[in-house]
Design a protein around this ligand. Sequence first.
Ligand code: NAP
Length: 245
Amino acid sequence: MNSKNAVITGASRGIGKKIAETLAKNGYNVIINYKNSRPRAEALKNELEAQGCVCDIFEGDVGNYIEAMALIDFCIEKFGSIDLLVNNAGISEIKLFTDITPDDWHNMISTNLTGVFNCTSCAVKEMLKNKSGSIINISSMWGQVGASCEVHYSAAKAGVIGMTKALAKELGLSGIRVNCIAPGVIETDMMKGFTPEELSAIREEIPLNRFGTPEDVADLVLFLASDKARNITGQVIGTNGGMVI
Ligand code: NAP
């Protein structure tokens, strides 16, 4: 068994799924977290195990501290430690600011920001004991520049960026690196709400004239988690085709 153990939140679909596949195929033992999509998570586990990878699945809402703690504990019980936490689970919603209800706001912050706090809080306690670890937060370019009609999403993702920078300063001397990836438009279920015309208009705004893929993000995670990124912490790295420069 490889000595590197990773938890990927929201890994049943989209970007998280590709991150789990990429890490597993590169020797990590992975815990695949999901909230609702048990059949998809089980299918991914079966696919990876058939390829000789070591993995397991864990159902839990990252926005709930007790469930986040159980997720991290599951990894430690199963593999002995946690070396890498990828905070990827997220939701999005497009609404005028004046239509955002307190419940909408709470749900968005709970999953996209409190979820990062919950999982990180539990994982860091273990990483501090080992004086090593890597945390990679999946934010968004909208956390960097703000998106009209996505104020709550942009606020949560900006919070993740602030948290990454502050925590990197606090944990550096303990051998723990904290970084953030800010994807642009990535082709996943999250983009399903857009019409072909809207997608075409968005693509025209992208200098490289392409949407990103989950693999683009997963390759960056693999690099940031590796020893090749040993001097990188507190950074926000975009993968957006040049949409935000
Ligand atoms: P997606 O295809 O909608 O998948 C979301 C994943 O998050 C699913 O596995 C889902 O689990 C999980 N999830 C949602 N709420 C959760 C919760 N409370 N607890 C645990 N898991 C939860 O989304 P995606 O496009 O892959 O996005 C992944 C991340 O990248 C998100 O943080 C998103 O904000 C960010 N991002 C995406 C884009 C993009 O264009 N797609 C751009 C920038 C940033 P279930 O399947 O069980 O529901």
